[in-house]
Design a protein around this ligand. Sequence first.
Ligand code: NAD
Ligand code: UDX
Length: 458
Amino acid sequence: MKICCIGAGYVGGPTMAMIAKKCPEIPVTVVDINQARIDAWNSDTLPVYEPGLDEVVKEARGRNLFFTTEVDKGIQEADIIFVSVNTPTKTYGTGAGKAADLKFVELCARRIAEVANGDKIIVEKSTLPVRTAESIRRILAGSGKPYNFQVISNPEFLAEGTAMEDLTEPDRVLIGGEESEAGDKAVAALVDVYAHWVPRERILTTNVWSSELSKLTANAFLAQRVSSINAISALCEATEANVSEVARAIGTDSRIGPKFLKSSVGFGGSCFQKDILNLVYLCEHFGLPEVAAYWEQVIAMNDYQKRRFVDRIVKTLFNTVSGKKIAILGFAFKKDTNDTRESPAIYVCRDLLEEQANVAVYDPKVTPETIYRDLQTDASDERVSIMTDPYEAMKDAHAVVILTEWDAFKDYDWQKVYDNMLKPAFVFDGRNILDLNKLREIGFEATGIGQGGKRGTM
Ligand code: NAD
Ligand code: UDX
């Protein structure tokens, strides 16, 4: 048994590293067309920052875990091929702005069809619209080769920042296969891989369409919770209710539960927006405009939350931020990752720059190149400075804006920060991680998200 994974990204890298660690007798090869990314996977500085990932890669790399650009060889040698390439929102043609761009998935299917030299199990690891397996099957069948190609769905539920924990102890592993003898056999082969470390009762098997649709549905439900609590945060700010208290009160209802109720400047990441838009597009495609509108509102609320946060900053800073230095703490879309895809920080910084502010950005893991790229500018831009020292970023600033919930931010010497800032010194905590009352005692004018009332400090 040999495994190949096409796509060495945030999903392909960590998931294959975990399989290699837990199944030392199975050779696992991760292939990618991006030479720089493969080089980074083979170096001491991995392209993905994820707590605990370095150790797992170090343990397995060279033993039964390999990273290479030799895509064809990887395909030919493997019995099971995971497809873990990116599926971004389409930017052109039919479905632009909503549908998933399946060009990379299709290219993989065509490559497999062209070079395969035996039976293959093809595993959809990428998040895909329901019924994609059908298209992949048709492409594979088009090769006219005498081999058996089984396409099964095995969506990945890991969240960035906790990927290694999520992979070690998943709530469940979902595997969807064709309802046939060959389909059952392919599903069983993949179940055997996961059963090396995941208890059998946590490995759910379904038909392939349910599996594809469950992934989009899970992300839509999670994002909906964040948008729901963020909608209430706006009402809290208008009424002196406190969103953290409301979240605690409703989260203790066992029917609701405490998770995904943290109000924030808005959700980000490569998945939520893309997957909900994809769901919206599917609903429209299948003639269900009311269902599409229902889910689209989750995105609308998220856009509103980001805009609302910037409006509040500008209003509080006497209706103008023009020429003012605003320190931005955190650029990643959440803590413990170097990923900035769809990070609210991008939108907040862009809006502040539009208001002619100067931003000084600090993030412990995101590189300056990434920040400049995301803000569509470069080092020659005097309005954007990227700092390696957070205290330097906040020195002489009019305001500090927290956009990622990095733990280290809580332990800063906030008295020292205050002493070095212009007065009045403002703090806008877009993640509700700081003790606002303590900051106020120091002298800050401090605001969180939905933090009405005096006790509401978390
Ligand atoms: P990514 O952009 O980090 O990685 C994708 C990789 O695929 C890139 O390195 C790219 O070079 C490579 N690639 C693209 N086309 C290729 C081809 N034809 N041949 C070889 N390599 C190719 O993306 P990601 O974040 O790892 O996401 C991958 C998929 O997993 C997406 O469908 C995403 O929705 C899904 N997913 C992501 C997460 C997450 O947290 N990032 C979680 C669950 C599921
Ligand atoms: C998500 C899904 O959780 C994961 O299962 C899927 O496989 C990929 O997409 P990810 O995007 O890595 O994972 O992070 P997640 O923890 O879901 O957070 C998404 C966004 O929501 C982040 O910007 C986060 O800060 C925000 N969020 C999350 C909140 O604002 N409040 C919360 O209570 C939870």
